[in-house]
Design a protein around this ligand. Sequence first.
Ligand code: SMG
Ligand code: MG
Length: 368
Amino acid sequence: MKIKEVELRIIELPLVRPFRTSFGTQLNRELLLMKIATHEGTEGWAECVAMSEPLYSPEYTFACQDVIERFLLPKIFEQGDVLAEEVSSLLKPFLGHQMSKAAIETALLDAQLKLEGRSFGSYLGSTKELVDCGVSVGISSSLDALVSEVSQYVHEGYRRIKLKIEPGWDIEPVRTIRDMWPDILLQVDANQAYTRSDFDLLKQLDPYDLLLIEQPLDEHDLLGHATLARQIATPVCLDESITSLESARDALALKATTIINIKPGRVGGYLESVRIHDLCVENDIQVWCGGMLETGIGRAANVALASLPGFTLPGDTSASARYFERDITDPFIMIDGQLRVPTKPGIGVDIDRNFIEDLTKSRKVITA
Ligand code: SMG
Ligand code: MG
């Protein structure tokens, strides 16, 4: 592919309800959209999943725009003709910035697959037409509010509930939800909110038959996770700590994780995600697809990824209505707890350009 120009646009969409995690509360989803126009005549789209502040990971929207503009795109332009499959090795000299790199690789892949007339799912190795959906439930203002939110999701058909937890909001909410729904698939996510001195507390989650506990400790504390995993019955699942195939391999070897949450942005793209998926399949490790409050663009690609055979647990791939009143693509509608994998060429969604225009905070076009 030969890139003609790249459009970087920061948009902001209101969330249908505030989303509170152990690191903060979000009312809106600000994100960076990328559109790549190629000399071959196709257009590729991607969203960069970084948040507006460096709280989930070191990346944040404006820094992504900066690194993309200042370092990553010039390197790609220098290459002239470029394939999506070459992006990660071309950008390897620049350390970190996985979400920014993932956006470039994904937009190129979208453009490339549109030219080939091939869908994202078919290219990645999809084996399913439908994927099971879970939903991530933020920290609530009260147990009553939590019960009412979970109850709504259960009635809508979500096949798995994930509760965000933090010190002071853990055992009690889990007990409440487990007592009300004894059979539902239930898991928790701490986003690094605990320390090595909290193991006794986390052990108190053992009776509630949780599928897993996601990222209880600091992202760099693999040894702490391995120690915790030996002391509690709930399986430990890493999210923030897994930033590449190598880190996944290390975490598995150390037994710091027994299940992996794959988020394409966090690991540098969908191609690295497939490599991690393959590693997990070889080692009989369950995987599921994480979420970053994506719009329909990122969701479409995630749903395609989640349809690979190793994704055996429901993902944080919820319906558009879970996040936004109105999505920037044709909405993802959940039927019987599942989303349909797009089959049109590329990412395979129709983009609502007029709506994107209304949501735009800044726009920049960079010519190759
Ligand atoms: O996309 O449904 C979604 C959000 C899922 O909880 C979710 N993501 O740590 O897994 C996680 C968080 C990261 C984003 S929180 C703002
Ligand atoms: Mg998580």
